[in-house]
Design a protein around this ligand. Structure first.
Ligand code: FAD
Length: 285
């Protein structure tokens, strides 16, 4: 386990281009005051132009707000030419960290043939731009496509060996599952820092979406009770969801997690509330 001070970082997503950037720019300005260790910017798998959305927002965070930035890059629907173009665009604006992803398969949409797994993308980036730092995604409760966790961790080991310097997890609500995963990674020889992805649940719609899309994620009794009891009481659900996330973070930091990556859902108020409640634990902040 790491004995170093943990990092606190945020994830944001570029809004639908039709909606515009006004809200996200305000949120980022507010998040800047919290001096996060880094902010990562998600990328559309197959819907929006990555240069106009992810690269543009990453450029703003890195250069206008002076916050270290990681650009996500899902590649299953991209050709090598498109990925090379995106790397050049990121390099030009000084964003030299990529969260290299396969991306989810979209039903009835034929993938490109160049990047079957994230590992293929990592090898490509290492070849094209060896000065880039590469981060990978990982799944404490197993990736949904994987027949079992052992195989998933074997694939993760290959991914790290291809050139990841750190990992960020999918969200989880049961810290014990994370610790178990961390131990298995250590046994498999995976020795890069693993940042824990934490998402505060703040409203019913978000909870319903989550339950639908994250079937493989264990919901502890304590967490389910919050969803059940406050289903029709938005104020209490928000307060309890936030407290649950803070409780998870306190436990993780106390047990020497490398970092907390907060899924902010572009909500600066949540970032502030989590930061306020946990600030002394991230002493360098
Ligand atoms: P991979 O590492 O390629 O793994 C995918 C599956 O293939 C796993 O089951 C793995 O075990 C298996 N596998 C890997 N290598 C091999 C091999 N050699 N042989 C056989 N099987 C193999 N999606 C987006 O579209 N945009 C985003 O911005 C985004 N950000 C994310 C951020 C984080 C922190 C996380 C955890 C996920 C994110 N995702 C995003 C979702 C991600 O794209 C999906 O979960 C996707 O299904 C898997 O991507 P991956 O890079 O983890 O895939």
């Amino acid at each position: 386990m790491s004995q170093q001070t943990p990092s606190l970082s945020f994830e944001v997503f570029p809004p639908n281009p039709a909606v515009g950037n006004e809200k996200i720019l305000q949120a980022l300005e507010s998040m800047q005051t919290l001096a996060p260790h880094f902010i990562s910017v998600t990328a559309s798998n197959n819907k929006y132009n990555i240069k106009e959305t992810t690269v543009a927002l990453a450029d703003h965070i890195q250069n206008d707000l002076a916050i270290p930035t990681i650009a996500h890059l899902p590649a299953i629907y991209l050709t090598k030419e498109k990925v090379a173009e995106t790397i050049v665009a990121l390099d030009e604006v000084g964003v030299k960290r990529i969260l290299a992803l396969r991306g989810d398969m979209i039903p009835d949409v034929e993938p490109q043939k160049d990047f079957r797994y994230a590992t293929d993308l990592i090898a490509f980036i290492k070849d094209q731009a060896p000065h880039f730092e590469i981060v990978g995604a990982c799944y404490p409760e197993g990736h949904p496509d994987s027949p079992n966790q052992i195989l998933d961790i074997q694939h993760l080991k290959k991914k790290v060996d291809a050139g990841c310097s750190s990992l960020v997890t999918q969200l989880f609500f049961d810290n014990e599952r994370f610790y178990d995963f961390q131990d298995k990674c250590t046994l498999a020889g995976i020795d890069v820092p693993i940042h824990a992805g934490i998402m505060p649940i703040l409203n019913r719609n978000q909870a319903l979406r989550l339950l639908k899309t994250c079937e493989n994620i264990h919901l502890p009794r304590k967490f389910k009770a919050i969803l059940d009891k406050y289903e029709h009481d938005p104020e209490s659900l928000r307060a309890a969801g936030l407290a649950y996330a803070v409780d998870q973070i306190v436990d993780l930091v106390t047990q020497d997690v490398a970092g907390i990556h907060l899924y902010t859902m572009n909500n600066a108020e949540v970032a502030h509330q989590v930061h306020q409640a946990t600030k002394p634990l991230f002493k360098h902040q």
